[in-house]
Every structure is written in structure tokens, then in C-alpha cells.
Design a protein around this ligand. Structure first.
Ligand code: SF4
Length: 436
């Protein structure tokens, strides 16, 4: 990578305004994949779709992603299916790196992911390889992936990537399939030398079914176990489709007396990351943990977002035929990059704009003191209720403003959709509404 590209690829940590640019843009290069995983969001298929973006359209997309921001372009992730099944993936990595994007890839752990392929990706400018590991044993992982030998390929690929000098991220989908294995998974992660553990929580979309979801109470158990792991680990940990992890972290930090002024970040409309807040003292401790001066995590230049990423809010997903979605787990079409620029779609699509406006949330997420740092998973709200602004139905937290309400089951989906304003005093309501 040239010096210019290197300089450009490290945006100012606080320059990312989610109204203007996502922190992360994920492109499903192809839907083709040799695995048949139980939960597959993409409902992957064995062969490439003839309607996939052409190479020229792919390069154009990369140019547009780079143009999101001179100083803070998004992290660019090539996913699938299996991106290795596209003949152009190596060229995309090389081109994206040459224009100054930080590039990560999420290949499937199959025989195609050879040491040579990993070496070529690294030579072309790849920063990080993310790979899925869903069980602490071959039996659990391979059952989930429906492919004997997948666990062995995964462990080998992790070692190969590290030997090539790449940082490694491990993605784990937490579901009914591995809830009982979570302690073993936490222990295993400590031994793998990873940079980031990304815990995905199943959203019933694609092949993921609601019966495979863990219960709201199990979410609480899992999120607390992740927090305990993150405290001791020398890697970063983030969740996908479970933003209430951030609430759990802040609750722990408060209880441990470490939160200091982080309560500012729990206030509705706190404008987290805004110039005002920065003046007051910067981002909360969970953001700064393990960061180098300037906000960069250890190991590579990928970094972590200065505020909570959520569907369509700091996050955008482009599928193999160019359709744009708020995330890979929220199947709401917002435009197509074959016809419209990704910048225009991200900034101006009415659904995406609405998703970024937490004052329009419904139910208890609207009245929650953690709304600005969490906001609930918009993808799960959509999957469970059909309304992407409805409350997160797999969070057990009852906001203080609603604690006086007796005899209400806050986990019942119909209560969550219901506007909670009728339960609040007028002075309470005011604090949760958008300023005029
Ligand atoms: S109630 Fe909603 S906003 Fe509050 S912590 Fe739970 S999911 Fe997050």
C-alpha cells in the first residue's frame, strides 16, 4: 500500500457522521458457497448468479464507497456466499486497497481457502480476515455448518492467516445450536490469537428460524458472559444484532464504579460523538478500551466505530445483484447500485433516514435511557414484528421511566409495538422527544 493510501485509510476516529457515511459497508460479492449452514442469511447457492454485479460495476461500487468521505471512508468488507468463489475477489481487494479503503474479507472455511489464496489476498492489500467459528468442537461447529471437516478448515485457515501476517476476526453466531457451548467458546477464543471476536445473534431471516433463537433471558446470560470474557481478553469484542450488549457493558461499568461520566452517553439525544460531547471528555470507556492514541484498536488499522453501529445507521449492505439493505439481516430493499449511487441511497433513502432517527423508535426502546447507545436491533424488530422501528423483543431491560408500570409484560410483542407514551408523565415524555 502506498503512503498516501495508508494515510487515507486511517480516518479520524471521530470524523464519521453516520448521517453522511457508514462506518462499515459490506458487499456480498457472490452468493455462491460450498457450505449449507443452518442459519445462512444469504440462503447461499452452489453456483454464481448470472445477475451478479459485473467486474466493472464492482469497481464502480468501490469508487463510490471511497468517495463517501475524503477523511473517513467506510471499512470495506467482501462477503458472500463465499467471496473466494468470485473470480474477481482478488482484483477487488487490490483495487480497494489502492484507492485507500481498509479491506476485510469473510471467506467460507472450505478447501478453496488455501494458504496460497490467503497469501494472495494479503499481497493484494487485505488488512483482516474474518472467519466463522460456531462451536468449540468439530462436532458442534460441523453440525451447524452442515459440512464435516469445516471446523478443521477453520482452525487451519486461522493459523495460515496469522502466519501470513493478517489479523484475524472470528465471527460466531449465537443461537440455540451453541448456547450450551458458550462457556467453552469463550475459553477457546482466548487461545486463538484473534484481534476481534464478533458475536452475531441469530435473526430469523434467510435460513435462520425463530425456533433457533435463544430466549430474551438467555440473551442476558450470553451478553454477560461475553462481557466477562471481554474484560479479561486481549482481543476486542463486538456484537451484531444485539446492540443491548452496549447497555450490559455500561451497566457493569456503572456497577464497578468505572463509568464516571459515561452516564452522559445514556441520556436520550446525548449527541454521542458530537462536538459538544467530545469537548466534555470523549467517548465512553467501552470505546476507548484497548485503543491506541487516535482511536485504533491493536493489531491492524481497522478500528472501531466511535458510536454504536446499527442497521442502516453506520452500516450498509449491498447484495450480489446490487440491491442495498440496511444490513444483511434486514431484508428491506432501499435501492440498487446498478441504477443509483450507494452514497445517494445511504444518505437519502427514507427508510434509512428513519432508522437513524432514534426519536422515532417505538415501545420501550423509545423510552429507554440507553436508547442512544443501543436502540435495539432494527433487523430483529423487523423480523419479529414487521416494523423496523418497533422495540427489540429480545431485551429484558425495563427502562426506569417505565419501572412504575405494574402488570405489563414488556416482552409481549404487542406491548412492545404499542406506544408507551400513555404510561409516562408529560415531563418524562419531554426528555425522550426530539428537540424542536
Ligand atoms: S430497551 Fe431497547 S434501547 Fe433499551 S437496552 Fe433494551 S434493546 Fe436497548
Amino acid at each position: 500500500m502506498s503512503d498516501t493510501a495508508e494515510r487515507r485509510s486511517k480516518p479520524n476516529f471521530f470524523d464519521i457522521d453516520f448521517e453522511k457515511a457508514p462506518f462499515i459497508a459490506i458487499w456480498e460479492v457472490t452468493r455462491a458457497c460450498d457450505l449449507r449452514c443452518v442459519h445462512c442469511r444469504a440462503e447461499a447457492i452452489p453456483n454464481r448468479d448470472p445477475e451478479e454485479l459485473t467486474k466493472e460495476q464492482g469497481f464502480k461500487l468501490i469508487d463510490e464507497l471511497r468517495a463517501f468521505s475524503e477523511t473517513a471512508p467506510p471499512l470495506f468488507v467482501l462477503t458472500g456466499g463465499d467471496p473466494i468463489k468470485s473470480p474477481y475477489t482478488m482484483e477487488y481487494i487490490k483495487y480497494a486497497d489502492s484507492v485507500g479503503l481498509r479491506v476485510a474479507v469473510t471467506p467460507s472455511a472450505t478447501g478453496l481457502l488455501t494458504r496460497e489464496a490467503i497469501h494472495e489476498m494479503k499481497e493484494n492489500g487485505l488488512t483482516r480476515m474474518a472467519i466463522s467459528l460456531d462451536g468449540s468442537t468439530a462436532e458442534i461447529h460441523d453440525n451447524f455448518r452442515r459440512q464435516p471437516g469445516s471446523y478443521d478448515h477453520t482452525i487451519r485457515a486461522i493459523k495460515d492467516a496469522q502466519a501470513e501476517g493478517l489479523t484475524v476476526q472470528i465471527n460466531t453466531t449465537i443461537s440455540r445450536w451453541n448456547m450450551n457451548d458458550i462457556d467453552n467458546l469463550c475459553a477457546l477464543m482466548q487461545k486463538l490469537g484473534l484481534t476481534l471476536w464478533a458475536a452475531f445473534f441469530l435473526v430469523p431471516t434467510g435460513r435462520g428460524e425463530e425456533k433457533d433463537e435463544i430466549s430474551p433471558e438467555e440473551y442476558e446470560v450470553a451478553l454477560n458472559k461475553l462481557y466477562e470474557t471481554a474484560r479479561k481478553a486481549d482481543f476486542d469484542l463486538k456484537t451484531t444484532a444485539a446492540p443491548h450488549y452496549r447497555r450490559v457493558v455500561l451497566q457493569h461499568q456503572r456497577a464497578e464504579g468505572k463509568s464516571g461520566d459515561s452516564s452522559r452517553y445514556m441520556r436520550p439525544r446525548s449527541g454521542e460523538g458530537s462536538p459538544e460531547d467530545r469537548k466534555e471528555g470523549g467517548p465512553p470507556a467501552w470505546v476507548l478500551r484497548d485503543m491506541k492514541p487516535g482511536g485504533w484498536s491493536r493489531g491492524d488499522s481497522i478500528g472501531r466505530a466511535a458510536r454504536g453501529v446499527n442497521d442502516g445507521n453506520g452500516f450498509i449492505f449491498i447484495d450480489h445483484v446490487g440491491e442495498v439493505y440496511p444490513s444483511g439481516f434486514l431484508p428491506l430493499k432501499c435501492g440498487n447500485v446498478k441504477k443509483q449511487s450507494i452514497i445517494d441511497i445511504y444518505r437519502n433513502n427514507p427508510h434509512l433516514k428513519k432508522m437513524r432517527d432514534f426519536s422515532q423508535l417505538k415501545g420501550k426502546c423509545w423510552a429507554c435511557d440507553y436508547r442512544d447507545v443501543c436502540g435495539g436491533a432494527r433487523s430483529r424488530a423487523f423480523a419479529v414484528t414487521g416494523d423496523y422501528m418497533a422495540s427489540e423483543s429480545y431485551c429484558t431491560y425495563v427502562p426506569p421511566a417505565l419501572a412504575h408500570v405494574q402488570g405489563v409484560d414488556w416482552l409481549a410483542p404487542d406491548m412492545l409495538i404499542k406506544d408507551v407514551r400513555e404510561y409516562l408523565k408529560p415531563e418524562d415524555i419531554k426528555q425522550f422527544e426530539k428537540p424542536a
